[in-house]
Design a protein around this ligand. Structure first.
Ligand code: ATP
Ligand code: MG
Length: 338
């Protein structure tokens, strides 16, 4: 009797397993197909060499043995100012989260850090609980022709923040018009901040191609491309490469670009597979990935950095490893503290 009940259950379980196997196989084929299509598209426009071997880019150092943010210091030295653009052709991939946490890691490692929010969403300040008078912000300062330094906010984290600011539609349009008219406006504005030579400027950008992203990419000497481990992010890579080609590659002061895969979820097979395919493709340009961790939005909701909110969580370790490797790539010498 028992046997007659279990047999259909076993056969049902077997069918389910078979179905799951087929889905995984189809996903693998899809990934392989996408990988081949992107490579052949790059070849067809003659860019394959640059995808693999971009200009002015030293190989990335190996991953550090330890990932703790407290265990590295950036040596003071005769470095020139470093401008990092956090960019993506897709929205919601974690650009603002990465900008804020990277700034925090670098400031704790001993660098003066200025974060500039180039996104009309004006969301970067939320990570710093920065009180912001209405009159303050990049958009308004640029349109009024006033000194950007008057809009810099000293945050409790130690980072300085230049928020986009609250402007109405007309203000936003005016600022965008100005950026179109003056392609070097951001670059010049950063120079006018008169920051110390060892300062790091981090540019948070809005999603997709825009006049903001164009200015950020043409001002930076390092670009970090943020993306999720999904097919939609993967499909935007040729567009991102086109933007890097247009604004970064070939500039003598452009040093490096790297890729950061965010919200990796190893428990989801397809997500983990796409992350693997991406890391294979990016090679030494792949920064340590940041895993999906609920502590990140929770920390934001509590007005805290995730490193303070939960020093031992996965995201804290990932973000520290990412910052440490990026610091190494930028030739900001690192040395472990005792
Ligand atoms: N590793 C992560 N794990 C879990 N949640 C994350 C992670 N990274 C970011 N998030 C959450 O994802 C959401 C989007 O992040 P964020 O605002 O940084 O993305 P963005 O790329 O700046 O978005 P936009 O394109 O709108 O500017 C936020 O709610 C953030 O807290
Ligand atoms: Mg953002």
């Amino acid at each position: 009797m028992n046997h007659s009940i279990h047999a259909p259950v076993k056969s049902l379980a077997y069918s389910v397993m078979k179905a799951i196997n087929s889905i995984i196989e189809i996903a693998f084929r899809l990934l392989r197909f996408m990988s081949l299509s992107v490579v052949s598209a790059a070849q067809s426009i003659g860019r394959q060499q640059q995808v693999k071997r971009p200009i002015h880019s030293p190989p990335a150092p190996p991953l550090p043995a330890s990932c703790s943010g407290e265990q590295f210091r950036i040596a003071k030295g005769p470095n020139t100012m470093t401008i990092i653009a956090i960019a993506s052709t897709k929205g919601g991939v974690g650009k603002t989260t990465i900008s804020a946490n990277l700034g925090m890691a670098l400031v704790r490692a001993g660098r003066p850090v200025v974060l500039i929010d180039l996104d009309p969403q004006d969301a970067l300040r939320l990570h710093f609980s920065a009180a912001q008078p209405d009159a303050q912000g990049l958009a308004r300062a640029a349109c009024d022709g006033t000194d950007w330094r008057a809009s810099l906010i000293d945050t409790a984290s130690g980072c300085q923040l230049l928020p986009y600011g609250r402007v109405n539609e007309l203000g936003r349009e005016s600022f965008e018009g100005l950026l179109r008219l003056q392609p070097r406006l951001l670059r010049q504005g950063i120079a006018n901040l008169r920051l110390p030579a060892d300062a790091v400027v981090i540019l948070d950008t809005p999603p997709g191609p825009s006049v903001y992203l164009g200015q950020a990419l043409s001002s930076c000497n390092t670009a970090v491309v943020a993306l999720l481990s999904d097919a939609a992010s993967y499909a935007t890579l040729p567009m991102m490469h086109g933007l890097l080609q247009r604004y970064c590659f070939g500039r003598t002061d452009f040093r490096d670009h790297a890729y950061l895969i965010n919200q990796v979820d190893s428990a989801r097979q397809l997500n983990a597979d796409v992350a693997h395919v991406m890391r294979m493709q990016f090679g030494a340009r792949a920064l340590p990935p940041v895993h999906h961790d609920q502590a990140i939005p929770e920390a934001l909701a509590c007005n805290q950095f995730v490193g303070d909110y939960d020093p031992l969580c996965r995201a804290t370790q990932d973000l520290a490893a990412m910052a440490q490797q990026l610091a190494g790539r930028l030739h900001l010498e690192t040395s472990r503290t005792a």
